[in-house]
Design a protein around this ligand. Structure first.
Ligand code: MV4
Length: 450
């Protein structure tokens, strides 16, 4: 195992990684921006280093400064967390050049899966179902028009360098499609410096189901079942759960096996997620792969009892996965609510500010993953997540019931939070019945009168 690692992130995931290090007896170096100077989790690290001003482009995205800090403190490895540099193949390469182990996949598989058209080709090669659409990048508009006629409208244009919903456009007819192609290329060029796009048939009312993968460098690839993240708004996930209430046993087994095949074909190492759309008829289609630990990993940890961040460190240190697929057993149901500093009544407007009162719930099977303490401030410079409340119970019904109690108990003052939103969602019959798709929040959320 490593003697010392650097944590190249902030907030709850920095603390989550720090805790995993403590369990493994690994020393920690935590980088921080001037804005995060007084964050309480920094006092728990063995060393902490300021790497620049609040703006991520001048601190948490500065790979050069992070590697400089890593060299000064003589660390063995860097954990990138999620966001920031976590899926940047250039940064993974710079770590390798500096003889520092990047805790994640290598730059090559990151680059391959980061290119959505290449990832889709790989899925086909691995025998994983994909959405009908272009075999490759769309070069000219007539090709797109012909293809759309064949597969039928509506179609979606996606940026090859996109992901997570960024750079997507829907076209309902031919006239739409021509202007959408032009706009999509312009947007993709501006956002990703890569105008390449591809085309897919639009799956109507899909569910978002993703499979957690763990793979070591000795050729062992396991899945830790799925998470259902259909409760989201504008590609921001709000509630995640495992197991998915929408899958039958046969579909679940197939989907998880498909995700393992894809990762084996990519020679993927470390923790990863394979994302699928599941339609109303239970057909599943690969859409993209994420090469990082995800925000919602705790629901998988709770139902399987395995610590994903500890395994990330062990795998990066060259250890073999001692777990076998038959050791991964689903126990009960877990649901996570993301508690954000946002006003849902005002279109989820961010509401940063001070936290004077914080009273988190607790107890058996109840987990509060947060970096916030009374006296903290939610900064407008970063995302608005305050913490994650996760409940694990023998059944989904019990998990929902306990979550309601926990949301009543959780007190965060004086800022506005998404606690009331979660209480409302958890009482809706569609959610209770597990009948939600990715349009659920937009459809059912009626703004309360002011
Ligand atoms: C789609 C789709 C429907 N049909 N692709 C959005 C995020 C990105 N990961 C892929 N996304 C979608 N791709 C086809 N062919 C609908 C979505 C989508 C979505 C997917 C996952 C979670 C939430 C979503 C919300 C809106 C649209």
């Amino acid at each position: 195992m490593f003697a010392r690692i650097l944590i190249a992130n902030r907030g709850e995931i920095a603390l989550r990684i720090l805790r995993a290090c403590r369990e493994l007896g690994v020393q920690t170096v935590c980088v921080f921006s001037e804005e995060d100077r007084h964050a309480r989790y920094l006092t728990l690290a063995d060393h902490s280093v300021c790497i620049g001003p609040a703006s991520p482009s001048q601190s948490y995205l500065r790979g050069d400064r992070i590697i400089a800090a890593a060299e000064v403190y003589n660390v063995d490895a860097i954990h990138p967390g999620y966001g920031f540099l976590a899926e940047n193949p250039q940064f993974a390469e710079q770590c390798r050049d500096s003889k520092i182990q990047f805790i994640g996949p290598d730059a090559e598989s990151m680059r391959l899966l980061g290119n959505k058209a290449e990832a889709k080709k790989l899925a086909k090669k691995a025998g994983v179902p994909t959405v009908p659409g272009s075999e490759d990048v769309i070069e000219d508009d007539e090709e797109a028009v012909t293809l759309a006629r064949k597969i039928g409208y509506p179609v979606i244009i996606k940026a090859v360098a996109g992901g997570g919903g960024r750079g997507m456009r829907v076209a309902h007819n031919e006239a739409n499609l021509r202007s959408a192609l032009y706009q999509a290329r312009m947007e993709a060029e501006a956002a990703f410096k890569d105008a390449a796009i591809y085309l897919e048939k639009m799956i109507e009312r899909p569910r978002h189901v993703e499979v957690q993968i763990m793979a070591d460098s000795k050729g062992n690839t396991l899945h830790l079942y799925e998470r259902d993240c259909s409760v989201q708004r504008r590609f921001q996930k709000l509630i995640e759960e495992s197991p998915s209430p929408a899958l039958d046993e046969r579909t679940r087994t197939e989907l998880c096996k498909a995700a393992v095949r894809l990762c084996k074909t990519a020679n993927y190492v470390n923790a990863g997620t394979v994302e699928f759309l599941v339609d109303q008829a239970h057909n599943y289609y690969f859409i993209e792969a994420n090469t990082r630990i995800q925000v919602e990993h705790p629901v998988t940890e709770m139902i399987t009892g395995h610590d994903l961040v500890q395994w990330q460190l062990r795998i990066a240190a060259g250890e073999e996965l001692t777990l076998k697929q038959r050791d991964i057993i689903v126990n009960g149901a877990a649901i996570e609510c993301r508690i954000n500093a946002e006003d849902h009544a005002e279109g989820f407007r961010p509401c940063p500010g001070p936290v004077d009162v914080l009273y988190p719930p607790g107890g058996m099977g109840i987990r509060w993953d947060s970096y916030i303490v009374p006296g903290s401030r939610i900064s407008p410079a970063y995302d608005s997540m305050i913490g994650k409340l996760i409940v694990h119970r023998p059944t989904r019904e019990q998990a929902i019931r306990t979550l309601q109690w926990c949301l009543n108990e959780l007190e965060i003052k004086p800022i506005k939070t998404t606690i009331p939103f979660h209480r409302a969602i958890l009482s809706l019959p569609e959610f209770i019945d597990g009948q939600v798709d990715t349009g659920f929040v937009e459809r059912s959320f009626i703004n309360p009168p002011k």
